[in-house]
Design a protein around this ligand. Structure first.
Ligand code: AFP
Length: 322
């Protein structure tokens, strides 16, 4: 039985990074126990406010954000944090080495139907500037020193990379510890499964229309094989499925908000998931470039995403190149 702490020590993770990851996972255990109370608490439903993205916040979005903020600030290891639910960066310990970005509760529309949600996080080194600013966060995803998520499903799972492969841990509720249950996971290069919100089909650009059209044509179409489809409406759960049994996931640009490159957030969703996916042997692109190479322009930047099985992502990109 390998605990998170022992596994991180065994892979020579720096001591302060281990402590920071443990602070994040402690916050996630706290979030998990709030989620488990469900309708027994007064925590379901809307908080009656909008975040900076113009999305209605759920009470549990706000609670989870506050929990993570408190643990991260108390750790003394974080120079500043940026959250999907905060308008601007939150400065913390002035001489600390790390920056943390997070989506405290991804898939929050699932809360009220007792379905899967998760916390996504990314850790960057803090540049040694005189005063911390948003500019310090604007580093390409390849600079992440660690990234991961905690999935609140039938069991609570931590999926983590520190740049040396991807490990999955399951929370043993009886001892309150994350135990390594699946080491060094990898994504198969080929797949017969895709995840996309099909209800947006008529709003997609022509290349995505054609690509998905060919998948739907199945064995009668140019791909000559049948594809299955899944959509959880929580990226964290869709990516988890891909890390477990393969597949392709996309949230492409669409014409409902033509001036935005996509729906997903680069720094809170695409970059951390991108590092996990690449570390597991998969690929993650916008419709033209590797997500992890993007030079961010602001912390709430959005991006279109195609990720998962490397050969299938390449296939999808061919439609965009032609
Ligand atoms: P929240 O972080 O606001 O819960 O959004 C979740 C999400 O960005 C991502 O996790 C899903 O893939 C996507 O929304 C689902 O969106 P649709 O409801 O448009 O399918």
């Amino acid at each position: 039985m390998l605990r998170l702490n022992s596994q991180l020590k065994a892979t020579n993770t720096p001591a302060d990074l281990i402590t920071l990851i443990e602070n994040i996972t402690a916050a996630c255990k706290d979030i998990a126990s709030n989620l488990h109370r469900g309708a027994l608490s007064d925590m379901l439903g809307s908080a009656g406010a909008e975040n900076i993205q113009g999305e209605t916040q759920k009470k549990l979005d706000v609670i989870s954000n506050d929990i993570l903020k408190e643990y991260l600030i108390d750790s003394g290891l974080v120079r500043a944090l940026a959250s999907e639910e905060e308008d601007s960066i939150v400065p913390a310990q002035s001489n600390a080495h790390y920056l943390v970005t997070f989506d405290p509760l991804d898939g929050s529309s699932n809360i009220d139907i007792n379905s899967m949600v998760g916390t996504i996080f990314s850790i960057l080194e803090a540049p040694q500037t005189a005063e911390v600013s948003e500019q310090d966060f604007l580093q390409p995803g390849r600079n992440q020193v660690a990234a991961g998520y905690v999935l609140y499903g039938p069991s609570v799972m931590l999926v983590l990379t520190t740049g040396d492969g991807v490990d999955m841990y399951t929370l043993d509720q009886s001892i309150g510890e994350f135990i390594l249950t699946n080491g060094q996971v990898s994504i198969e290069k080929d797949t017969k499964e895709f995840a996309i919100n099909m209800s947006n089909q008529r709003f997609w650009a022509d290349p995505m229309q054609r690509y998905i059209g060919d998948l739907l044509a199945g064995s009668d179409g140019p791909r000559a094989k049948n594809f299955n489809m899944r959509w959880v409406a929580a990226m964290v759960a869709d990516v988890h499925r891909i890390l477990c049994r393969g597949g392709l996931f996309s949230y492409p640009w669409d014409s409902r908000e033509p001036n935005k490159p996509g729906k997903l957030r680069l720094m809170y969703e695409a970059n951390p998931m991108g590092l996990l996916v690449e570390q597991a042997g998969g690929a993650i692109y916008t419709d033209k470039e590797p997500v992890l190479d993007i030079q961010p322009e602001h912390i709430h930047q959005r991006v279109s995403v195609i990720l998962g099985a490397a050969n299938e992502v390449a296939e999808c990109l061919k439609y965009h190149q032609n």
